[in-house]
Ligand binder design. Structure first.
Ligand code: HEC
Length: 117
């Protein structure tokens, strides 16, 4: 009875210990996630598509990533889009250069401008 309790306690401690170690404490280095060709489509799916599926916007339908909508908010160039990634307007999460390097941000911006009309 007592031994069983100890084994169960140990198993639990091991399990809990392992699962907390699995959680990354830091963001993976930018280089690990950089694709050689900076595939804008893949990066877009990874970072943006959850909130902007198919160039839309799940929480603010007035701010989609379609060309005409962007233009009505004076967003017409890749630099304009990168500026918003670095300094979002309000509810969007911020993508800083440490987690999303400039050339990946640019690949995403160019993908948006050429894909969503
Ligand atoms: C957590 C959800 C979320 C994610 C992830 C997200 N966005 Fe947004 N985005 C928003 C929201 C909400 C807005 C509306 C403005 C605001 O509240 O900041 C927005 C607005 C924008 C705008 C401005 C549109 C306009 O007409 O004003 C651009 C450009 C944009 N997002 C690009 C991106 C890009 C590029 C990515 C991926 C790198 C991305 N977003 C990821 C939620 C998100």
């Amino acid at each position: 009875m007592c031994a069983r309790l100890i084994i169960m306690t140990l198993a639990c401690a091991l399990y809990c210990g392992c699962s907390s170690q699995d959680k990354p404490t830091t963001m993976p280095a930018a280089t690990e996630r950089r694709t050689p060709s900076s595939d804008g489509a893949a990066l877009y799916r990874q970072y943006c598509a959850s909130c902007h599926p198919d160039g839309g916007n799940v929480s603010d339908p007035s701010r989609t990533l379609r060309r005409s909508s962007l233009a009505s908010h004076h967003i017409t160039t890749a630099d304009d889009i990168i500026r918003i990634m670095r300094n979002p307007i309000s509810r969007m999460i911020r993508f800083d250069p440490a987690s999303l390097p400039d050339h990946d941000a640019r690949a995403i911006a160019e993908y948006i401008l050429t894909t969503f009309k």
